[in-house]
Design a protein around this ligand. Structure first.
Ligand code: SAM
Ligand code: SF4
Length: 347
């Protein structure tokens, strides 16, 4: 980039894109805006979670500042997640602020991952802020099973949220965590329902994150290689090159014409093409979902109104991005590979 046209971050010219030690350009930031949630999904949270004190959270203004610094450093895609992002008070202010980067052409995509419980209220405004696609997490179409998995969720609210999203013109991708003995009997129904509804669908392997109870995860773990074999008994899958910049590998379901993705951190390591980092709601930057190393960006944010120290801290963090994670689920390992819950770093 010509230095004369380089975006400036608080007086610091962001002329160099962020490249990690393994040559990967960092273009994707996922931001967890809260650790709280109105659900307690069994693979994600314990029922009696202790949440962070509110004063530890970055304010919405601080989140905007950090996100904007990343955009100036070459991030082209922002995903707002959580916890449940739409339960954070005033969250639409952040979407409205971040929309300016879309308008300026500095950002390709602003998107959100949600459980959809609050989507009916927010779908139209999300669309007005430039959001075009949303990921909705839904593991079952069975109301009783839905409540068993989410503990506190009601499927009707999710369906209302999906209807509102469709009415607002948002493209929808359903994320389904594959849970052995829980929802693996519903695979065909989910594929057919997504086909009829015009939704894409991605299956996710359960990841060893956060303490949720002894052996629970081993019991839940269903390798997607096995699931794919089961799906292919009834559906014709054609591999396609499509990518959303995320880790899913996609195929087309010929019978429905919809995309079907597989996120397989355990059976297939996707680290070599990793282009993303994750910010927690307290300003901790995790360079890898599966590792504990992090950089505290809240300190430079609160230390100075100038973005120079923040940009330096971000660059220093990227220079430490590891080559990959080493998630393993087996009986020899006691406890989760990563102690923090998925709701801390955002899925
Ligand atoms: N609350 C929002 C939702 O559920 O979509 C956003 C945050 S949630 C942590 C993001 C995604 O992570 C969801 O699709 C959820 O199913 C997934 N997830 C949570 N814990 C997981 C785990 N241990 N293994 C795999 N996926 C997990
Ligand atoms: Fe909440 Fe999402 Fe975790 Fe479920 S997966 S408990 S909806 S953060």
């Amino acid at each position: 980039m010509d230095i004369a046209f380089a975006p400036r971050v608080g007086g610091v010219a962001a002329d160099r894109p962020m490249i990690d030690p393994y040559g990967r350009a960092i273009r994707y930031l996922r931001v967890s805006v809260t650790d709280r949630c109105d659900f307690r999904c069994v693979y994600c949270m314990a029922e009696d979670m202790t949440f962070l004190p509110k004063r530890d959270l970055l304010s919405l203004e601080e989140l905007d500042r950090v996100c904007s610094a990343f955009v100036h450093l070459g991030v082209r895609k922002l995903r707002i997640t959580g916890g449940e992002p739409l339960v954070r008070r005033g969250i639409m202010w952040l979407f409205r602020r971040l929309a300016r980067h879309l308008d300026a052409g500095a950002l390709d995509e602003l998107t959100v991952t949600t459980n959809a419980s609050q989507l009916a209220r927010h779908a139209q405004e999300l669309r007005d802020c430039g959001v075009r696609r949303v990921n909705v997490s839904l593991d079952t179409l069975d109301p009783a099973k839905f409540t068993a998995i989410t503990r506190w969720g009601k499927i009707d609210k999710v369906m209302e949220g999906l209807d509102a999203a469709v009415a607002a013109g948002l493209a929808i991708k359903i994320n389904t965590v594959a849970l052995k003995g829980v929802n693996d009997d519903e695979t065909d129904r989910l594929i057919a329902w997504c086909g009829e509804s015009g939704f894409d669908l991605t299956f996710i392997e359960v990841m060893p994150m956060g303490e949720i109870g002894a052996d629970a995860r081993l019991d839940q773990y269903l390798p997607l290689s096995v699931l794919r074999g089961q799906i292919q008994r009834h559906w014709t899958l054609t591999d396609i090159d499509y990518t959303t910049g995320g880790p899913a590998r996609y195929c087309r379901v010929e019978e429905t014409g919809r995309r079907l993705g597989f996120i397989t951190p355990l059976t297939h390591n996707f680290c070599e093409s990793c282009n993303r980092v994750r910010l927690t709601c307290t300003g901790q930057l995790y360079m890898c979902l599966g590792r504990d190393d992090r950089a505290d960006l809240r300190v430079p944010v609160r230390q100075s109104d100038d973005d120079g120290p923040l940009v330096d801290a971000i660059r220093d963090a990227i220079s430490r991005k590891p080559k990959g994670h080493d998630f393993v689920i087996d009986r020899r390992r006691k406890g989760p590979a990563v102690a923090r819950h998925m709701s801390v770093t955002g899925g």
